[in-house]
Design a protein around this ligand. Structure first.
Ligand SMILES: *[C@@H]1O[C@H](CO)[C@@H](O)[C@H](O)[C@H]1NC(C)=O
Ligand SMILES: *[C@@H]1O[C@H](CO)[C@@H](O)[C@H](O)[C@H]1NC(C)=O
Ligand SMILES: *[C@@H]1O[C@H](CO)[C@@H](O)[C@H](O)[C@H]1NC(C)=O
Ligand SMILES: *[C@@H]1O[C@H](CO)[C@@H](O)[C@H](O)[C@H]1NC(C)=O
Length: 162
């Protein structure tokens, strides 16, 4: 009787131990997003937008209490304007953002009001997939494409004025 109790206790403690271990395995995330060029100065993506290659993006996590940077990773967009940043660890207690650097060449380097997007890097909030999608971020051209008027009409934005 006593012996079987010991066996059960041992079994339970092994179970507990292994679940602690499972929780401790470093979490891995893949942060994916897109950088586009807006040739209309809309500051949003339209059918005239196109992908921007070679844009540097930075994932940065910060501890809010003392403004300490806890994690930094860089990446660059490919020919389709897509980037992928592999990240490790749980960052539930931090604020993590992806920031796009203004391109230093080409026509499309005017910053939009938003050049960053916040992401949640933890599995403790019910999201089990390891892929985190960042909202598309963009830059604008200085001159406005001649087809933009048409898009303004298509979207019904012209009726918003006056
Ligand atoms: C900032 O706070 C965290 C805990 O909240 C601590 O681990 C870290 O050492 C602190 N960093 C500095 C520079 O004070
Ligand atoms: C990432 O890029 C930022 C700015 O583009 C730079 O300041 C930083 O040193 C880079 N960090 C790494 C780890 O490459
Ligand atoms: C991107 O980052 C790399 C390495 O930090 C740097 O050499 C390059 O000039 C940057 N490119 C742009 C477009 O900022
Ligand atoms: C713009 O910034 C806000 C606040 O940081 C964020 O919630 C929102 O998702 C951002 N939008 C885009 C398109 O990145």
């Amino acid at each position: 009787m006593a012996r079987s109790f010991v066996v059960v206790a041992l079994f339970v403690s092994v179970l507990c131990f292994s679940s602690v271990l499972a929780r401790k395995t470093p979490e891995k995330f893949n942060i994916e997003g897109k950088i586009y060029c807006d040739p209309c100065q809309f500051a949003f993506e339209s059918r005239l937008s196109f992908p921007l290659a070679g844009v540097n993006v930075t994932l940065i996590c910060i501890k809010e209490e003392n403004d300490t940077v806890t994690y930094v990773k860089n990446s660059t967009t490919d020919a389709n304007g897509m980037y992928n940043i592999p990240a490790r660890g749980d960052h539930e207690e931090e604020i993590c953002v992806v920031i796009a650097d203004s391109p230093n060449k080409g026509q499309c380097k005017e910053a939009m009001p938003n050049t960053s997007d916040r992401i949640i890097l933890t599995n403790n909030m019910g999201v089990t997939s390891s892929v985190r999608y960042v909202n598309p971020l963009g830059f604008m051209t200085q001159t406005i494409d001649s087809q933009c008027n048409l898009v303004v009409k298509e979207l019904g934005l012209d009726t918003l004025d006056d």
